[in-house]
Design a protein around this ligand. Structure first.
Ligand code: SAH
Length: 249
């Protein structure tokens, strides 16, 4: 049996949001590789070896997957959300590019998943209904001044913005700085959504303004979405609807 390798997105958390194509790949796999909490979402079964690893070893993990597939294994690399959004698909191709030429002949596929910003946006209404951008706020893989430049330019272009990895314990000041920059560029009344652990039993949503937002409203399980100048609320019983109209002002 010849090997293959699939990079698959497990979606934001709920089982119902895993695509059938990803479920089929997992059912056919001999090996599942990924970050510990993502591999924990895959059920054990006979004939399947799980390879959980720490978050900081993406390239080693990708090389491991390619080596196994080259030996005939059917390997699924799992990511949360979508594997192409701040996740393993690019790490796999980086390892492929740097690796032995025979890896390029492998059967390689990327199976998309529902990324966190889309799940969070859907819960709140439609804040990404007009032009938007997505920014990873972690400065692990890029310098902070580049993040700051992108924040300012995107705010000046009046994009709605979706922020991944907003705040970790080791870089708590980055998100405080982000809120300061956004307040300078957008003013205190701009709407902002904090969507934590969306589609899991721990889900929490908060909609507020930049003037009211505090850094501790975000952690590493939170998706932050800031509206454009046109984003607004529809009041109704329970939580209001947050949406951005499809036309520009
Ligand atoms: N590939 C993933 C993103 C990985 S980066 C995707 O497409 O969703 C990890 C970041 O995604 C987290 O820090 C958080 O900002 C966001 N995230 C992932 N799952 C989430 C969820 N269920 N609810 C809210 N944010 C989530």
């Amino acid at each position: 049996m010849s090997g293959w390798i699939a990079v698959a997105g497990l979606g934001p958390g709920a089982q119902a949001l895993i695509t059938p194509e990803v479920s089929e790949a997992l059912a056919a796999a001999t090996d599942v590789i990924g970050y510990i909490p993502y591999v924990a979402r895959v059920a054990q079964r006979p004939g399947l070896t799980l390879h959980p690893s720490d978050n900081r070893v993406e390239l080693d993990r990708a090389a491991h997957a390619l080596t196994l597939a080259a030996q005939g294994a059917r390997v699924v690399i799992v990511s949360s959300g979508d594997p192409g959004v701040f996740a393993m698909a690019s790490a796999l191709f980086e390892a492929l590019e740097a690796g032995p030429p025979e890896w390029r002949a492998l059967d390689l596929r990327v199976f998309p998943g529902i990324t966190a910003m889309l799940a969070a946006a859907a819960r709140a209404g439609a804040p990404l209904g007009h032009d938007f951008c997505a920014i990873n706020l972690s400065d692990n893989l890029k310098p902070w001044p580049l993040i700051e430049r992108r924040l300012r330019l995107a705010a000046q272009a009046d994009f709605a913005m979706a922020f991944y990895n907003p705040r970790s314990k080791s870089r708590a000041e980055g998100f405080a700085r982000t809120l300061d920059i956004l307040r300078e560029e957008c003013g205190p009344d701009r709407l902002i959504l904090f969507a934590r652990a969306v589609t899991t039993p721990e889900e929490q949503l908060a909609i507020t303004t930049l003037g009211q937002a505090t850094p501790d409203m975000a952690d590493m399980r939170t998706m932050v979405i800031i509206g454009s100048s046109q984003t607004r609320l529809i009041d109704r019983p329970g939580r209001p609807i947050l949406y951005t109209p499809r036309h520009a002002a």
